[in-house]
Design a protein around this ligand. Structure first.
Ligand SMILES: Cc1cc2nc3c(=O)[nH]c(=O)nc-3n(C[C@H](O)[C@H](O)[C@H](O)COP(=O)(O)OP(=O)(O)OC[C@H]3O[C@@H](n4cnc5c(N)ncnc54)[C@H](O)[C@@H]3O)c2cc1C
Length: 427
């Protein structure tokens, strides 16, 4: 392994892997430092799947080529599919870990797992080297350029960069995702059809000989056909009221009897701060309590789940927002809602401003026109005051509300792809 790289990326998550692959394709020597034992970050570790749809009304894809490349690789083994709403981003998160290993090998990206970026040495507004820690040992690594793709802004923070966190200190709700298996999907699909004829809320399709579906229910209003089942479970004391805040499930390609839960929304009496390890530790323990209650609910009230069991609880907590680094440009909610375009666009999207609040009736979902899109400029990825440091992913420079639109997987991947190309041109 080298000790001097063209580019070192802190964090091999969603944006980090895209940056690395793109830079390596442009002939940079790239090293990724990753805290987990696998690549993919929230996509694999937090079990966040599928990708949100990023298409115009006319079907034009807004995402970068990297999204297509990843999904094409996964489709070869049936580990990704295009859903009935034309979303190409349904994937199997476990197999994505392997696909990303293969792609790193193919493009010659070096990676150190189980290693944490723990310090940085700067001189004249430039990072000279970074310190990583593995098994109680410190190691120093040099590069010409660095990218913070830690999802938390760890490297930028170690460099003393300015950042904001939350909306007046209040972050979006956290979620600990999980997978249940041994679900009889045919019976569950028939049950959904019998209670819910709105196929937008509960779409059901047969794809590659497997049943695929998703459905949801929140405590905010009465449109959800599953709501009476949640209310009954609260009366029966199987669930607590807070367990009903947000429930969403998706089937998984190549896991024919499994469903992935975008739930539970972690209950807390105060807003949880992703930069406080007491809060995140509470969230993990509380999340695992809520998961057991949700599973008991599914088994008792949802036909098809009688013999289901918890197969996996995400090793990573689902954190929607954390540090937002000060960049050369701060993307605003106005830019999003007015579909602003930029000279140096790194990504295009029409995902809404989507805030998951801890409090009832305080969620935000501000949609933009589905025949237009906003852009994310490269300037929001340049960390102010540090000449050779860039940010990628959900931590880039944005207001709280703008971040709530840009944070989805396709945008993080597209940003990383553009950033890798940009840094290669600088060299
Ligand atoms: C509960 C939840 C549900 C979501 N649902 C969807 C959805 O359905 N569809 C969608 O498209 N998007 C969804 N999102 C949004 C999306 O998943 C994330 O915003 C996106 O994946 C973040 O990518 P990232 O690269 O910024 O961070 P991550 O993918 O989290 O990557 C950060 C990486 O950095 C590593 N790391 C952290 N600190 C260090 C360090 N000091 N040293 C070394 N490595 C470090 C981490 O281990 C991790 O691998 C959801 C998010 C959450 C939390």
């Amino acid at each position: 392994m080298k000790t001097n790289y063209d580019l070192i990326i802190a964090g091999g998550g969603t944006a980090g892997v895209a940056t690395a692959i793109s830079a390596a394709k442009s002939n940079l020597n790239v090293l990724v430092i990753e805290k987990n034992t696998f690549l993919g970050g929230s996509m694999t570790g937090a079990l966040v799947m599928p990708m949100m749809k990023n298409l115009l009304k006319n079907g034009k894809n807004l995402s970068g080529e990297i999204v297509n490349e990843l999904m094409s690789e996964l489709r070869k083994t049936g580990d990704a599919l295009t859903y009935s709403d034309k979303n190409t981003g349904w994937f199997n998160s476990e197999m994505l870990k392997c696909t990303l290993d293969d792609m790193f090998e193919k493009y010659g990206v070096d990676v150190l797992f189980d290693s944490v970026v723990t310090d940085a040495k700067l001189s004249e507004n430039k990072i000279q080297n970074i310190q990583i820690t593995y098994a109680g040992q410190k190691k120093y690594l040099k590069a010409k350029y660095f990218v913070d793709a830690t999802g938390n802004g760890d490297l930028a923070s170690l460099c003393g960069a300015n950042f904001k966190n939350g909306n007046d200190g209040v972050n979006q709700a956290m979620t600990l995702r999980f997978i249940a298996t041994n679900v009889e999907l045919k019976r569950f699909a028939d049950f959904l059809k019998s209670i819910d004829d709105d196929r937008e809320i509960s779409p059901i399709s047969e794809i590659n000989g497997e049943i695929h579906l998703s459905t949801a229910c929140t405590w905010d209003n009465d449109i959800w056909k599953l709501k009476p089942y949640f209310e009954k479970a609260v009366q029966d004391r199987v669930l607590k009221e807070e367990d009903c805040a947000y429930f969403q499930i998706f089937t998984i390609p190549n896991q024919p009897s499994s469903v992935a839960f975008n739930a539970p929304r972690i209950f807390a009496k105060k807003s949880l701060n992703p930069l406080n390890s007491e809060d995140t530790s509470y969230a993990l323990i509380q999340g695992r309590k809520q998961i057991r209650r949700l599973m008991a609910f599914c088994k008792k009230y949802l036909p098809g789940f009688e013999n289901a069991y918890i197969a996996q609880i995400a090793p990573m907590l689902g954190i929607r927002d954390s540090r937002r680094l000060e960049g050369e440009y701060e993307l605003t909610e106005r830019d999003i809602l007015e579909c602003k375009k930029f000279e140096n666009a790194a990504a295009k999207s029409n995902y809404p401003i989507d805030v998951h609040s801890l409090k009832k009736n305080e969620n935000v979902l501000n949609k933009i026109s589905d025949d237009d899109y906003f852009e994310i400029p490269l300037e929001a990825m340049k960390v102010k005051g540090i000449d050779n440091l860039f940010a990628a992913g959900k931590i880039i420079s944005a207001t709280f509300l703008a971040q709530a639109a840009l944070r989805i997987i396709p945008n993080c991947l597209s940003m990383g792809e553009s950033l890798g190309k940009y840094i290669a041109k600088l060299k």
